[in-house]
Design a protein. Sequence first.
Length: 264
Amino acid sequence: MKKYKLFLIFILFNMNIVIAQNVEIIGHRGASFDAPENTLASVNLAWKLDADAAEIDVYLSKDNKIMVIHDKDTKRTAGEKLIVKESIASDLRKLDVGSFKSPDYKGEKMPFLHEVIETIPEGKKLFVEVKCGTEILPFLKESFKESGKIDRLVIISFDFNVVAGAKKIMPEVPAYWLHFNLSGEYSTKWIEKAKEANLDGLNFRYKGISEEFIKSVHDANMKIYTWTVDDPEEAAKLSGFGIDGITTNRPCWMKKELNKISNR
């Protein structure tokens, strides 16, 4: 019996190694630990660092251009406050959104979504987080279709109407519903509601995600991703649980750290 237990532990440990190696590592707002978030510099660095995917945020400008930015206004990243939905793209593009990170990135412009899509290498994916409402969906569909890279694109949003609406008009594009902490019996309702809307899965903040919940999502034929994990031990634990992907500010470093843990 003792030998059997040791053998079982060995098998389970090695299963976790395989999972840790196969989990998708997604650069949060690009490689935002090293470069200014949501810029071409950050996204291109994520590809250079061999991230499996990059994640960006988008809003719709006053003149219906899809702008890559996390906040509803430009104060934090540009120093000057323009509200994105009340501003035209040409004014937003005049701002320097790189200097807040480092003088090395002075002059970095707020990208259009189509500019970021153009950078996606073969075999990689771009997670597009919609920060505004459903008004962006027709423009998003047009941008995706015109890109020629629709098979490399993913939609995520905290707004259920956005992801459900996106799935209706672009059924071929994976859509994942974002949420914060997982708690109580309501956790099962996320799975049920996502399934009813034909979503491809969920994308939760890492705290509270259990192996049992991941299994429940997989049993519903959906995937589950998590954000934003910069602790390798936490990432390794979730990888061992079977998480499909981990969003991190440090994609290259995280891959190396996971590899170290798996080889212990």
